[in-house]
Design a protein around this ligand. Structure first.
Ligand code: TH1
Length: 820
């Protein structure tokens, strides 16, 4: 409880003092941004005491540590979340009211730290919240990008990317820790020197460039337990004394290069989700933060332990996808070159310390680095990977004598490339997928050979989300209503939501539940009016698809279906049609042309439909600009229908699906990713499932695809919609604008298969499912029950459950409590 730390009057005084100290202003002269800074500093002050206490407790208990290594942490705003976890939200709201400020407005002053793209980065953020709340010693390790994911502007229907300068006003929740700086070396060459004393070769990197990695710590506040863990993100700075040295030698050029290296490395997050671009700078980023993090972890371990052989008992490095896989080689390098271990000792430690999570089977996301690039940038690390590969191939040959095929498929280095997933699997003790279906596909298809060789390494950890942010903070009306009915146990034990099931036949409760949904829809309608200038009817069905824009997620199928509905309404004006608002939110990677064109199509369709007075506002289409964590919270709370319509087998898990469910929106989706488990929890009668199954899709793919032309030829509804892509209906008569999308569905003009993501194959069953949605919504009592049952059945999808499974089955951490 914060009560002991938090006194309202003291807090008000602190805010006033901070405004004075920071800005030489009185509180009524300060801007909202300045108030935000002053409030945050006062909150940080409370947090720091707990942070210190947590550190002390960890030193005393010496628990096992998990380092969650990730290129992305999509944290979202910290102020509101910290107040919630300090159980001080309501008190601070009151204190600010008394000072004449609105906490919501102050919260809106905080930049959204967007050091991540989408689900993978947001999962990392949810995991940190759960780790602190459950009392486990965990560090997040990542990069302090100076620019996070771009801000999206829509101009003339097109996405424009604007730099996200999130640090420009200073970020109050970070702490610079220069005393923990680490040097990271790039390039040069390796000199081998025989050491007569040990009888072993020494490997010395020379002629390299280096940068200093400077850590910045952010507090991760556990819920109501005084635990504060750390997210440590590394910034890069040039090594100044060394630079002077170079100037002396007249190596001006090299000195400037080194300065630029530091500046470039942490400049910006790569904006690709589920896609690998193979850029050298990205490889530099990976080694930069991994080398710094592993050096620091080893230094910390050595402070209180004298035998590095015990490392696996005290440390796990969890690799968030293959992006941090460098860990395997860097740990080997430190153990071999700096600690003087033998290969066998070092390998035994490494393979009992590293663990890998796979988040996708999309081929274009698999990281493969050309050995040219790799060996030049990281000569010593590359040598080590070569040796790992040599020994791994021997192991394969031992197990499958004479089987060249196995080596071709499984080698870490092959065809001039370093395959990071293979390194992660060979170099660790655990490989996990992120939903049951996904893990099964890994075992049976993508990683079949590895599963055969190491079945004991494979396991599933179905993703989860934190209810503290996505219910308590995002939907305070519903959170309070739930607590009034079943108590507040759900905040740290989400399965308690099942107690709500007794209200499924209680008319009053159902009405209250739907009334809260309505109020949240009004709140979102206001946001849409302010940000889009579009008026939406809060009595219409809010049908929502928010997530990154990617072809496999099939936003295109959604908008094609909207075009089809519009045709229907125009053709049958008398038709009874329940008013519907289709809401989209999505960023497309800056270089992903077809995804950006899909955004333009959605906006163009919106323009035509929203301005057609003849349909009486029955249909509205809204594209919410700059979808991100902060407006996601408003959107989930207001959704009636959750669109989870990826091509089966392609979405490893999804986590947005869980956030909708928690907020009482039934899923309209395919049997993909975690949708399968959502349906299992809530019952098929409380979801709308359609489309090909993963097995069917994989079957088609293994047998040369399918023919979308048959749908075009035989189905006039589909044909009409597709023709409208090339007859100017949504492009002011421009036949060309959307031709690429048309081609992608029908032609093999393009290099890939026609309709790679089975949109036409699934279209009719999608339209059927949408009809069922409408019918169900018309029966308002039935709908209310469905909505309530979705919330009541969401217990499994807490990241608290996910983390407890990681702890029990992979990490084996010790639980810590803070002693008074
Ligand atoms: C996502 C998956 O697409 C999604 O299904 C899953 O729920 C989420 O990870 C969390 O597990 C991924 N995001 C990325 C981003 C990059 C590369 C691969 C993936 S997979 C950059």
């Amino acid at each position: 409880m914060l009560d002991s730390h938090f006194k309202k009057e003291e807090f008000k005084k602190a805010v006033k003092e901070n405004v004075k100290m920071l800005y030489r202003k009185t509180i009524d002269e300060a801007t909202q941004q300045q108030i935000f800074q002053a409030v945050s500093l006062a909150v940080k002050d409370v947090i720091i005491d707990n942070w210190l206490a947590t550190q002390k407790q960890y030193e005393k208990d010496d628990p096992k540590i998990v380092y969650y290594l990730s290129m992305e942490f999509l944290m979202g705003r910290a102020l509101g979340n910290n107040l919630i976890n300090l159980t001080a939200y309501k008190e601070v709201k009151e204190a600010l009211d008394e000072l004449g400020f609105d906490l919501n407005v102050i919260e809106d002053q905080e930049p959204d730290p967007a050091l991540g793209n989408g689900g993978l980065g947001r999962l990392a953020a949810c995991f940190l919240d759960s780790l602190a709340t459950l009392g486990y010693c965990a560090y997040g390790c990542g990069i302090r990008y100076h620019y996070g994911l771009f801000k999206q502007k829509i101009e003339d229907g097109y996405q424009i990317e604007v730099p996200d300068n999130w640090l420009k006003d200073g970020y109050p929740f970070e702490l610079r820790r220069p005393e923990y700086a680490k040097e990271v070396k790039f390039g040069g060459y390796v000199r081998v020197e025989y050491d007569a004393a040990t009888g072993r070769n020494q490997f010395i990197q020379e002629g390299y460039q280096s940068v200093m990695a400077i850590p910045y710590d952010m507090p991760i506040v556990g819920y109501n337990n005084k635990i504060v863990n750390t997210l440590r993100i590394w910034d890069a700075e040039p090594i100044t004394d060394f630079r002077l040295d170079l100037f002396d030698k007249g190596e001006y050029h090299k000195a400037v290069e080194q300065e630029n290296l530091a500046k470039n490395i942490v400049e910006v997050l790569y904006p690709n989700d589920n896609h690998y671009a193979g850029k050298e700078l990205r490889l530099k980023q990976q080694y930069f933060f991994i080398s710094a993090s592993i050096q620091e972890a080893i230094a910390k371990f050595k402070k209180n332990h004298d035998d590095l052989h015990d490392l696996p008992k005290k440390v796990t490095f969890q690799l968030n996808d293959t992006h941090p896989t460098m860990t395997v080689a860097e740990l080997m390098r430190i153990l071999l070159d700096e600690e003087g271990m033998t290969w066998e000792e070092a390998w035994d430690i490494t393979t009992h310390t590293c663990a890998y999570t796979n988040h996708t089977i999309m081929a274009e996301a698999l990281e493969k680095w050309p050995i040219e690039l790799f060996s030049k940038l990281l000569p010593r690390v590359y040598q080590i990977i070569e040796e790992i590969n040599r020994r791994f191939i021997l192991e394969i040959q031992n197990k499958y004598p004479g089987n060249q095929e196995k080596i071709r498929k499984m080698a870490i280095i092959y065809d001039g490339q370093v395959k990071m997933a293979h390194l992660a699997i060979a170099g660790g003790y655990s490989v996990n997928g992120v939903a049951r279906l996904h893990t099964e596909i890994l075992k049976k298809q993508e990683l079949k050979d590895f599963y055969e060789m190491y079945p004991e390494k494979f396991n599933n950890k179905t993703n989860g989300i934190t209810q503290r942010r996505f219910l308590m903070h995002a939907n305070p009306l519903l959170a309070d209503w739930i607590t009034d009915h079943i108590g507040d146990g759900w905040i740290t034990d989400l399965p308690e939501l099942a107690k709500l099931k007794v209200y499924v036949d209680d008319k009053k409760a159902l009405q209250e539940f739907m009334n809260i949904k309505y109020q949240n829809k009004v709140r979102l309608a206001k946001y849409i009016q302010e940000h889009n200038g579009i008026e939406v009817n809060p009595h219409s069905i809010f049908d929502v698809q928010v997530k990154r824009l990617h072809e496999y997620k099939r936003q295109l199928m959604n908008i094609l279906h909207v075009m089809y509905l519009y045709n229907e309404i125009k053709a049958h004006p008398e038709m009874d049609f329940y008013p519907r608002t289709f809401i989209f939110g999505a960023k497309a990677a800056a270089g992903y042309r077809r995804a950006k064109l899909t955004i333009k199509l959605i906006n163009s369709v919106a323009d035509v439909i929203n301005n057609d007075a003849s349909i009486n506002g029955k249909l509205k289409v809204v594209f919410i600009e700059n979808y991100r964590v902060s407006n996601a919270e408003l959107i989930f709370a207001a959704a009636d229908v959750s669109e989870q319509i990826s091509t089966a087998s392609k979405e490893a898990s999804g986590t947005g699906n869980m956030k909708f469910m928690l907020n009482g929106a039934p899923t309209l989706g395919t049997m993909d990713g975690a949708n399968v488990e959502i349906v299992e929890e809530v019952g098929a009668e409380n979801a709308f499932i359609f489309g090909l199954t993963a097995d069917q899709v994989i079957n088609y793919e293994n047998n040369g695809g399918y023919d979308p032309m048959q749908y075009f030829n035989n189905d006039p509804d589909i044909r009409n919609v597709l023709m409208q892509l090339i007859n100017g209906t949504y492009s002011n008569g421009d036949f060309n604008m959307f031709h690429e999308i048309y081609d992608s569905l029908l032609n093999t003009n393009c290099s890939d298969r026609a309709d790679t993501y089975f949109i036409l194959a699934d279209f009719k069953s999608y339209a059927e499912a949408q009809k069922k949605v409408e019918a169900a919504y018309r029966d308002s009592e039935r709908w209310a029950k469905m909505a309530l049952l979705n919330t009541a059945s969401a217990g499994k999808f807490s990241s608290d459950r996910t983390i407890q499974q990681y702890v029990d089955e992979i990490w084996h951490l010790d639980k810590v409590t803070i002693e008074e």
